[in-house]
Design a protein around this ligand. Sequence first.
Ligand SMILES: Nc1ncnc2c1ncn2[C@@H]1O[C@H](COP(=O)(O)OP(=O)(O)OP(=O)(O)O)[C@@H](O)[C@H]1O
Length: 318
Amino acid sequence: MTGPAATPAPAGAAPLALALRGVTVDLGGFALRDVDLALPTGYVMGLVGPNGAGKTTLIRTLLGMWTASAGTVEVLGHALPAPVALRQEIGIVLDRPALVEDWRLDDVATALRPFYARWDDDRFATLLRTFRLDRRARVKELSRGMTMKLQIAVALSHDARLLLLDEPTSGLDPVARDELVGILGDYLVDDARSVLFSTHITADLERIADHLTVLSGGRVVRSGTRDDVLDAYCLVRGDDDELPADGIVPLHGARHTPVGVEALVATDDVPLLGPGVLVERPTLDQIVVHLGGTPPPVDPDPPAPARRRGLLASRGWS
Ligand SMILES: Nc1ncnc2c1ncn2[C@@H]1O[C@H](COP(=O)(O)OP(=O)(O)OP(=O)(O)O)[C@@H](O)[C@H]1O
């Protein structure tokens, strides 16, 4: 395979399955802006964020379907635009499958086999059986969940090194979701393989994702290991007069509840809160709910902690 060379990984660092650095993709009415994230080889990254956050746009950018107007995109060690042969190495699930509606599932294997040097008929047949899909059915006869299962079976039948899955669990019943998590676990036994998947079902991520990226309004709010992301925030609850004014300590997604104000606060800021404030570790859902409504500022420049301490002291919040 040839193509533009990617930035070499620093000595001793795990090679990256994918990386976006300072990426902007402008679709007109919507843009991904300054996206920075990296997934080391052998790991699973979950991509979360509210509707319209840009998850599909980001996955399509990794597939070369959208072109970045700024920044660099690397997939499996190749800077995009990638060589055509790289397609063999990537298993894809998209919201709309690129399969002919009149094909029977047997035809799917016949049609795709020539495009993949490592296509595995036995693997495809096994996955169709696992997902209880009838090989004689036509693509157009499949329900939404069955179509998703078919795409997953294709993605996992050509020995891909990277899976890019856009909401693969959407439309799946709980049994199929459980099966998919197990199948991805088996897939990852080979530590040269990596997975990026977007989802609104964060329970799936709690089980399988090592890394998380939270997107909102086309920007990365947070990206890192699952613990880094979960540890970065605390859910706080208190009376109006116990929580400091927003801007001194940023209160993400602050909302009034019957028992006071609830908000997400950066863990580093928790010592700045008053003693009466209740502090809990948030779930991933709570992080998405609270951060989703408040995209990060275009030019984030929060006051330095020392200055905030001064501000808090001046308000009697020391
Ligand atoms: N072809 C396009 N041209 C212009 N804008 C687009 C195009 N496709 C998507 N968008 C816009 O980009 C924004 C982000 O969409 P995207 O599908 O990436 O979000 P998402 O996070 O995947 O959302 P969801 O969770 O609802 O699937 C939306 O406002 C959408 O309308």
